[in-house]
Design a protein around this ligand. Structure first.
Ligand SMILES: [Zn+2]
Ligand SMILES: [Zn+2]
Length: 144
């Protein structure tokens, strides 16, 4: 949090309570929200804030390398404040996007060809284990 604020100050970007609220919200969630999701959440507290403020703040943070834009969901761009190397899974049923813990593919590339991978945008799409379990439970209920 402090690091991001320092970076914004260095670039002469005004630190407003709205901007801080956006950063805090991003840090508090693992949901990989879209600009609209963030706007909906923050405007509860700051009703006068515009969608453009949210969007512009996200783009600023992205340009500073503090936020990653994900192209995993074809309906909307999503944002992740966790800029560490990790992959994402998108469930086509519940529309959740979440982090996959393993960086197996990066490890494989790095060791096989000696690359120095700094960024990756590897996205997995499918049905998450939670949805599959619900489906199975539903089937079991019908059987009994
Ligand atoms: Zn799901
Ligand atoms: Zn992520």
């Amino acid at each position: 949090m402090k690091k991001i604020i320092e970076k914004l100050k260095e670039k002469n970007i005004k630190i407003t309570p709205q901007r801080i609220a956006i950063i805090e919200f991003l840090m508090s969630t693992k949901s990989h929200p879209s600009a609209e999701d963030i706007y909906k959440e923050i405007s509860k507290k700051y009703p006068s804030m515009s969608y453009a403020t949210v969007y512009n703040t996200l783009i600023t943070l992205k340009n500073l390398g503090e936020v990653v834009e994900l192209a995993i969901d074809s309906d909307k761009k999503r944002f992740d404040i966790d800029t560490s190397l990790h992959h994402h899974f998108y469930c086509t049923r519940c529309k959740r996007v979440y982090d996959l813990s393993k960086n197996f593919i990066i490890e494989a590339i790095s060791t096989i060809d000696g690359h120095n991978v700094e960024r990756t945008f590897l996205n997995f799409t499918g049905i998450c284990n939670k949805c599959l379990k619900e489906e199975k439970d539903e089937q079991d209920r019908k059987k009994s």
